[in-house]
Ligand binder design. Structure first.
Ligand SMILES: [Cu+2]
Length: 127
C-alpha cells in the first residue's frame, strides 16, 4: 500500500512538472506579437495629392530603414495612380485612397517617383 502511494506521488509530481514546462514554452510565443506591434508603430504614413499637374507634396523626406506607407488621395487621377519608383523596381496601381504601397528604403539617397509612363515627378529623400 505504501509503495502505491509513493508511485502515485511521483506520477503527480511528473504531471505537475510537465504542465509547468508546457506552459513555459507556450509563454514564449507572444514575443512575435510584440515585434509586430513595434513595426506598425514605426510606420511613416505619407499621403500624396495632386496640384499643378504634379504630385503634391513631391519632395518627401523619409527615414532610411523605416517602413513607409504611401497613399494617394482622391485628387490623384488616371495614370498618376500608377505610382512608380523606377530605381526600386516599384510600380503599383493604387485604385483608391484606401490602397497603400508599403516599402522600406534601406539605402539613404534620392529616389525619383512618377506615374508608370514617367508623367509627374517627385523625390523620396531617404536619410
Ligand atoms: Cu502617366
Amino acid at each position: 500500500m505504501k509503495n502505491t502511494t509513493v508511485i502515485l506521488g511521483i506520477i503527480i509530481i511528473i504531471i505537475i512538472g510537465g504542465y509547468f514546462i508546457f506552459t513555459n514554452t507556450e509563454k514564449e510565443i507572444p514575443v512575435n506579437e510584440n515585434n509586430i506591434n513595434e513595426e506598425t508603430a514605426d510606420v511613416q504614413n505619407i499621403v500624396i495629392g495632386f496640384k499643378n499637374y504634379n504630385y503634391y507634396p513631391n519632395q518627401i523626406r523619409v527615414k532610411a530603414g523605416q517602413k513607409i506607407s504611401i497613399t494617394l488621395d482622391d485628387s490623384v487621377t488616371g495614370c498618376y495612380r500608377a505610382f512608380t519608383i523606377r530605381s526600386l523596381g516599384i510600380s503599383e496601381y493604387l485604385i483608391s485612397s484606401t490602397d497603400t504601397l508599403e516599402l522600406t528604403i534601406k539605402k539613404p539617397g534620392t529616389y525619383k517617383f512618377s506615374c508608370s509612363m514617367g508623367m509627374g515627378y517627385g523625390n523620396l529623400i531617404a536619410e
